[in-house]
Design a protein around this ligand. Structure first.
Ligand code: NAD
Ligand code: ZN
Length: 254
């Protein structure tokens, strides 16, 4: 795949000093992990979210929820970062300031080499006590108790350290993401339907703040109209090509 930007966008990419990459489930699609809502194998078309991913579900059926997240953790841990994760990690070296914000909980950005990733929806790789928030590695928690959530010293149950339906996003992560999005000059929105608020607001914040927006998604989204460039392709195909085009723009900037 080859990507060519129009000169106006090239100029904006050439001048960009603050960049935010914002990713969703689509970026991990080519690593074999299902996306959330869309696609044939979307997770919630097979399970009702309220049955598995809410505090109520956990309190009612802790074993079922624990085992399901155990499976998701093993799936994520055995998946490999794809060409999109790797290109997004390499882009950090191209700009003076670069922040990767993800809604994913699979840890693949970190395994691809991205540092300082802001995880808006937490991570599958940790468990935390539902009562006192003490944390433990998910692998350890599952080794200790594969079929039922282990009990914390405080008497509470360990749960996956992800954000469930009806729960608040971690405030520090959300504030950081909003601040950087509002101040950036280029935002890459990759593999996200951007329907989940307030995360969806990041694209709008960046656009209103004057940033160029590049969207990578095989399908149109509610935010496609804001994008200065829409790449209707799978992330693993588009990102290496986008990286090459961005590097080309930057070489002209010295
Ligand atoms: P979403 O399912 O709502 O949207 C996924 C988007 O990816 C869609 O717009 C779809 O068109 C696009 N897409 C599909 N295949 C793609 C590909 N190959 N390349 C690029 N884009 C592709 O996911 P979201 O916007 O991330 O929604 C947020 C929720 O999904 C979060 O709560 C997140 O925690 C959760 N989630 C995470 C994972 C993961 O960590 N891998 C997996 C499933 C769900
Ligand atoms: Zn506890």
């Amino acid at each position: 795949m080859r990507i060519e930007m129009v000169e106006e966008l090239r100029a904006r990419v050439r001048r960009a000093t603050k960049v935010v990459a914002f990713t969703g489930a689509g970026v991990s699609r080519e690593s074999g992990l299902a996306t959330f809502r869309e696609g044939k194998d979307a997770l919630w078309q097979r399970y009702r979210p309220e049955d598995l991913a809410s505090p109520q579900a956990f309190l009612r059926h802790p074993e079922t929820v624990w085992r399901w997240y155990g499976e998701r953790f093993r799936g994520a841990a055995s998946a490999q970062p794809n060409a999109a994760h790797l290109a997004l990690a390499r882009l950090a070296a191209v700009f003076p300031s670069y922040l990767l914000v993800t809604q994913n909980v699979d840890g693949l950005h970190q395994r691809a080499g991205s540092r300082g990733v802001v995880e808006l929806h937490g991570t599958l790789h940790d468990a935390r006590c539902h009562a006192c928030a003490r944390r433990m590695e998910m692998q350890r928690a599952l080794d200790r108790s594969p079929d039922t959530p282990p009990r914390c010293e405080c008497g509470g149950l360990y749960r996956p350290a992800v954000v469930w339906f009806g729960e608040m996003l971690p405030q520090d992560a959300m504030e950081r993401a909003m601040r950087e999005a509002a101040a950036c000059d280029l935002l890459l929105a990759v593999g996200t339907s951007a329907t989940v608020f307030p995360a969806a607001g990041l694209i709008e914040l960046a656009h209103r703040g004057g940033a160029a927006v590049i969207e990578v998604n095989p399908e149109a989204t509610a935010f496609s109209s804001l994008a200065d460039l829409r790449l209707r392709a799978a992330a693993a195909a588009a990102l290496p090509a986008l990286e090459a085009e961005i590097r080309g723009c930057r070489e002209g900037s010295a």
